[in-house]
Design a protein around this ligand. Structure first.
Ligand code: PLP
Ligand code: LYS
Length: 454
């Protein structure tokens, strides 16, 4: 399906004026005469044109973040985590910025291949990969498949040998380094007793490596770990390097192998609120690379190529969600509620993880004092709270539009059809122009999968 392209505004230098908003807004976001301008486009104008709820993506912010990672690490070391948000347009941006891609479903894989990623630059993940996914991935010769369990090893080996031209399948073993980090327990994947990876501590990872080495059609290229999400200090990654290089050294001694790659996954934090700590690609890469060199020297190992899979830290800060306030009311105990026209169907993160956000009106309210306000979604759940205590103007009323920066990751990608509200449209802004890249989901879209046999 091709989408109508909407253009708004004219290329101008106006975006260069006004006060910079700073984190958590995109670097180019400015406040001009009380209005928010992103990518040279007034958010209020976008709302008039496309309605609410609306998601906006600042293309320059996305590209500059992707480019910063590409600069920070050697060629082919950065694989964008598609799960954060992926679409044909995004896939093209990622490819144009020179990154590879991390996928974890047949559809993400198909989208990446359609977008022209060289299969070699694709890595496939999953604790439960289907036969079809493994079949397609091996047939297409994706660069790496991350082994996450024992049953996968023989299965993959049987598939890998079949395709012509023959090529052994590159694999990593996902290990559990035993590091507890991440913004919520639901996203801590570096610890024991959760479903991802194979334990270093109990010998499962070693067992997996031994079995893979016994498979002629599999080529073990390295180890992988993904510690968790929203990690705001480098220290846990350095600990991961320590533990994984110790394991690499053990593999060297036991099997006489030196693995050429080390994939530390994603998880780099972004700011959701002013002052939130975040990780900068350059500093992150320099510190982790230095530690890797140091530890490899100590163990007498060749230094493997460092690979990472950032998702949120590339797309998160590029996105802004816009909602219209539909009702304002105050509870018996004085809680002021502002109910908006989106909610947990376009952003399940607050309900899932109590994720915190910055929220402000798109147009200034003439200096009205701020008052704590619970911004709630429109869904039929008391837990549909986007922000429990946003500071919003005293005179906020139905009809006002609220903007939520840092909304680019894990919102639209985890959106649902709840209450058949329909997913919001997505507009990309750049150099004063706005382009509709995904239209609003309609009732026809929502019912289109149901056949006449119902
Ligand atoms: C294996 C793997 N790699 C990369 C990522 C991307 O993480 P983030 O978007 O936090 O950078 C994830 C998700 O957390 C993941 O599970
Ligand atoms: N969805 C989570 C991150 C998990 C990503 C997949 N490992 C979040 O929004 O924080």
């Amino acid at each position: 399906m091709s989408l109508r392209v909407e253009l708004l505004g004219e290329e101008s230098d106006e975006r260069e004026t006004g006060a910079v908003l700073g984190s958590p807004w995109p670097a180019g976001a400015r406040e001009q005469a009380g209005r928010i301008v992103v990518g040279g486009v007034d958010l209020g104008e976008l709302v008039e044109r496309f309605g609410t709820p609306l998601y906006v993506l600042d293309e320059a912010e996305f590209r500059s973040r992707a480019a910063a990672y590409a600069r920070a690490l050697p060629q082919d070391s950065v694989r964008y985590a598609a799960k954060a948000f992926f679409s044909p347009t995004l896939a093209r941006w990622v490819r144009e910025e020179g990154l590879g891609v991390d996928v974890c479903s047949a559809n993400e894989l198909a989208l990446a291949l359609d977008a022209g990623f060289e299969p070699e630059r694709i890595v496939l993940h999953g604790v439960a990969k289907t036969h079809e996914e493994l079949e397609t991935a091996t047939r297409e010769h994706v660069g790496r498949i991350v082994i996450d369990g024992f049953t996968e090893i023989a299965h993959l080996a049987s598939l890998a040998g079949r395709h012509r031209p023959y090529q052994p399948q590159g694999v990593y073993v996902r290990v559990i380094p035993g590091i507890a980090v991440g913004h919520h327990e639901a996203v801590r994947t570096g610890i024991e007793d959760q479903q991802f990876g194979l334990s270093l501590a109990d010998g499962s990872a070693l067992d997996a490596v031994t079995r893979i080495l016994g498979q002629a059609h599999l080529r073990l290229c390295g180890l992988h770990c993904h510690l968790g999400s929203q990690i705001s200090t480098i220290e846990p990654y350095l600990t991961a390097v320590d533990r994984l290089t110790a394991f690499l050294a053990e593999l060297h001694v036991r099997h006489g192998i030196q693995l050429p790659e080390l994939d530390l996954g994603g998880g780099q934090a972004i700011g959701y609120r002013p002052g939130d700590a975040s990780l900068r690609p350059g500093e992150f890469a320099a510190a982790v690379t230095a530690r890797l060199r140091e530890r490899c020297a100590e163990h007498g190992l060749a230094v493997p190529r460092l690979v990472i899979e950032p998702g949120r830290s590339i797309v998160g800060p590029a996105g802004i969600a816009l909602y219209r306030v539909l009702a304002v009311k105050t509870s018996a105990h004085g809680i002021r509620f502002a109910a908006v026209d989106g909610g947990m169907s376009d952003n399940p993160r607050p309900a899932l993880y109590h994720a915190a956000y910055t929220i402000r009106p798109v147009a200034q309210h003439g200096g009205a004092p701020l008052r704590p306000t619970r911004v709630v979604g429109r869904h039929c759940e008391a837990g549909d709270v986007l922000a429990p205590e946003a500071q919003l103007p005293e005179d906020l009323r139905a009809g006002d539009v609220l903007a939520v920066p840092a909304s680019g990751a894990y919102q639209l990608s985890m959106s649902s059809a709840y209450n058949l509200v329909g997913r919001p449209p997505l507009v990309a802004v750049r150099d004063g122009l706005a382009r509709l890249i995904q239209r609003r989901e309609t009732l026809a879209d929502l019912t289109s999968r149901e056949g006449a046999w119902g």
